[in-house]
Write a protein that binds this ligand. Structure first.
Ligand code: ATP
Length: 347
């Protein structure tokens, strides 16, 4: 797909910002000729290596699947490379977890994981790995379950079947051991991330998250994670076994996406009656400004503290209230009141 070089505004009404990342801003956009709404991802040029922004477009142009965000067309502008993407009218999985205060009911988790794997199975069958799977890059469309899951952000994706590369890129807590060890990446690298996401969905705890990047990396290469019943309260054994089959250090021993889809946990029918609570993500709520990503990590850390400290005779409530104070951008200080109900207020 050749990018158009005409001004974007000639063909599209570019509207409000609906998301942003390290390299891009995403805006709601209406195609003038058809009135159809899209998401325009404006990737700053020169930020990544020359042509990197085009790689995301090249990957997406070769993919068409209900669980992978669709690409309509691209524009090359002076400051930006623009991807006109299918608009996902919903939320990032990360926002959903924040709205829930940590985790999802098992039936919903299973449905999300199954759809992530369906998207991956399709990509992997074309030899393409995502290599940056995390709750931020999994969007769910619709206001409430059952959702449709869409994989987004293919900035690190690549063809890996003809030879794998090494790269320590991505968010530390979701990196596979081979990425941390700077060993070749493969399709199995994505499967590890599915294991981390599943763990997070079911428990609200990021399994390898340490105090800092270094300790996170140590936890990953040591395969140090907790599969105890205390951590997986009200979660079936099938789910725990599914995670233990996936979070395997040796990439060659991990199941393929198709084998994961055949796992007894994912073969179980989703009964949405189990999921009594509806999850409404209110993007206008002030916690969903620039603060919520930090908030999410604090929630994950506080859950970890809660379960760890409950084993020592110290109340997590006291500890978390006293210790969790986040220094925010521009010197603003945020105190999060997370326990016992994981509610939060910015002051
Ligand atoms: P990173 O910081 O991981 O490199 P990025 O700069 O490549 O991210 P994306 O992750 O692709 O940017 O997009 C940033 C945010 O914009 C997403 O997290 C999501 O909230 C929103 N977004 C991206 N694509 C879409 C889409 N097709 N529809 C709706 N919202 C989207």
């Amino acid at each position: 797909m050749q990018p158009r070089t005409d001004p974007l505004e000639k063909f599209y009404e570019v509207g409000e910002e609906i998301g942003n990342g390290q390299s891009a801003v995403v805006r709601r956009t209406v195609e003038k000729a058809t009135g159809r709404t899209f998401a325009a991802k404006l990737v700053r040029r020169r930020r990544k290596g020359a042509g990197d922004e085009r790689r995301e477009a090249a990957v997406l142009a070769s993919l068409r699947h209900p669980n992978v965000v669709g690409l309509h067309e691209t524009f090359q502008q002076a400051q930006h490379f623009v991807l006109i993407l299918e608009l996902v009218a919903g939320s990032e999985l990360e926002e959903v977890l924040v709205a829930r205060g940590g985790n999802l009911p098992e039936a919903q988790s299973r449905d999300v994981v199954r759809q992530v794997l369906q998207g991956l199975h399709y990509m992997h069958s074309q030899g393409i790995a995502h290599l940056d799977l995390k709750p931020e890059n999994v969007m769910v469309s619709g206001q409430q379950p059952p959702w449709t899951v869409k994989l987004i952000d293919f900035g690190l994706s690549r063809e890996v079947s003809g030879g794998t590369e090494r790269a320590l890129q991505g968010t530390p807590e979701f990196l596979a051991p081979e990425a941390v060890n700077f060993e070749p990446l493969s399709l199995a690298t994505d499967i590890w991330s599915v294991g981390v996401i599943t763990y997070l969905l079911l428990t609200g705890v990021s399994p390898f998250l340490g105090e800092d990047k270094q300790s996170t990396f140590c936890n990953i290469v040591a395969g140090d994670f907790d599969l105890s019943q205390e951590r997986f309260e009200n979660v079936s054994n099938l789910a725990i076994q599914f995670i233990s089959r996936i979070l395997v250090q040796d990439a060659r021993k991990r199941p393929s996406a198709l084998q994961c889809l055949e796992d007894p946990w994912l073969k179980t029918e989703v009964n949405f009656d189990e999921t009594v609570e509806n999850i409404v993500v209110d993007k206008k709520n002030k916690i969903f400004g620039s603060h919520w990503k930090t908030l999410y990590h604090v929630i994950s850390a506080s859950r970890y503290l809660q379960s760890t400290l409950s084993k020592m005779e110290v109340t997590a409530e006291k500890f978390v209230r006293e210790e969790i104070v986040c220094e925010k951008n521009k010197g603003q200080v945020v105190m999060l009141e997370l326990v016992p109900n994981l509610s939060c207020d910015f002051v």
